[in-house]
Design a protein around this ligand. Structure first.
Ligand code: ADP
Ligand code: MG
Length: 290
């Protein structure tokens, strides 16, 4: 496997063809107050695999700092759409812009994207520490800088003291934390998560939902998330998109404003009228789409 393919397999989504000089030019042309602009805009994107129409005419805006979830049944094209938004796949037609610019901006400072997959995809022969360090090592980052970044990433996912363990010694939830730490180690501005918690039990999933919200806030990230679960989507999202199938397109979208008094208590939010009302509304829209 080449270095680039290895990086991609771990969810590092830089455009490896881009030369640094060009990135510099692009960055300087951009208003650097990224909080004001959309992180991603997609216009009329369509995707075919051979002659199969997978995604049809999707247009959307991902606001900087938002938490956008996509829900839809298996096979409706969620992963395909996500991979295009993460620049791991190119649309057949239509246009995607990142921070108002084309894909060449991805990977420059303040313009990084990382992806987390449903399977933690850890290297079994490597320790937790080595797994998290890998993306930086492959990018040629110095040892000291790598060590510092890995320690920070371990703290962020609350895995201090676990750095010497191997993947087989970890629970499912801990493996997923390592996978998230490996995505965070490159300091992403957009974190793309494809059904990350689908295989976990409900208690672990709830804890990780809380963690991801905390991380989003602490690290000031834009998060894009896929789940099968309406409850999970309503809990984590500020924007929620229901996809329809054959071909995948947008059936409905919602903005979810969490009441200020519930911001600091996920336990209360989970049992609040506001939460249940949103779950009901989204469930009804989902039924309409299917
Ligand atoms: P979801 O994530 O919603 O389950 P996917 O985006 O993985 O859906 O897949 C949507 C459809 O596209 C499926 O029918 C799948 O078989 C097909 N598909 C996905 N990736 C490829 C690929 N690389 N080549 C051909 N077909 C693909
Ligand atoms: Mg999928």
């Amino acid at each position: 496997m080449t270095k680039q393919n290895l990086l991609r397999a771990m969810g590092s989504t830089m455009d490896f063809g881009a030369d640094r000089f060009h990135n510099k030019l692009v960055v300087s042309a951009v208003d650097d107050d990224s909080s004001k602009m959309d992180a991603i805009t997609a216009e009329h994107i369509t995707k075919y695999y051979n002659s199969r129409h997978i995604i049809n005419d999707v247009s959307l805006r991902i606001r900087s700092g938002s938490f956008t979830s996509f829900i839809g049944p298996s096979g409706c094209g969620k992963s395909t759409l996500l991979r295009m938004l993460a620049n791991l796949e190119t649309p057949s037609s239509g246009e995607i812009k990142w921070w108002g610019v084309d894909k060449r901006i991805i990977g420059s400072p303040g313009r990084r994207i990382s992806m987390v997959f449903q399977e933690p995809t850890l290297m079994p022969w490597a320790t937790v520490l080595q797994n998290i360090a890998l993306p930086l090592q492959l990018q040629g980052v110095s040892r000291n800088e790598t060590k510092e970044a890995v320690i920070k990433a371990l703290e962020l996912v609350r895995l201090q003291n676990k750095e010497a363990l191997y993947p087989r010694q970890l629970s499912g939830g801990m493996k997923m934390r390592v996978s998230i730490a490996r995505a965070l180690v490159t300091d992403p501005n957009i974190l793309v998560m494809d059904e990350p918690f689908g295989a976990l039990d409900e208690i672990t999933r709830n804890q990780l939902n809380d963690d991801v919200l905390r991380l989003q806030h602490e690290l000031d990230m834009t998060v894009i998330f896929v789940t099968h679960s309406i409850q999970e989507a309503v809990f984590v999202s500020s924007e929620l998109v229901i996809l329809r199938e054959n071909p995948g397109s947008i059936a409905a979208s919602f903005t979810i404003d969490k009441p200020a008094e519930l911001w600091n208590s996920s336990d209360e939010y989970r049992i609040s009228d506001h939460y249940f009302t949103m779950v009901k509304e989204v469930t009804q829209a989902f039924k309409k789409a299917y």
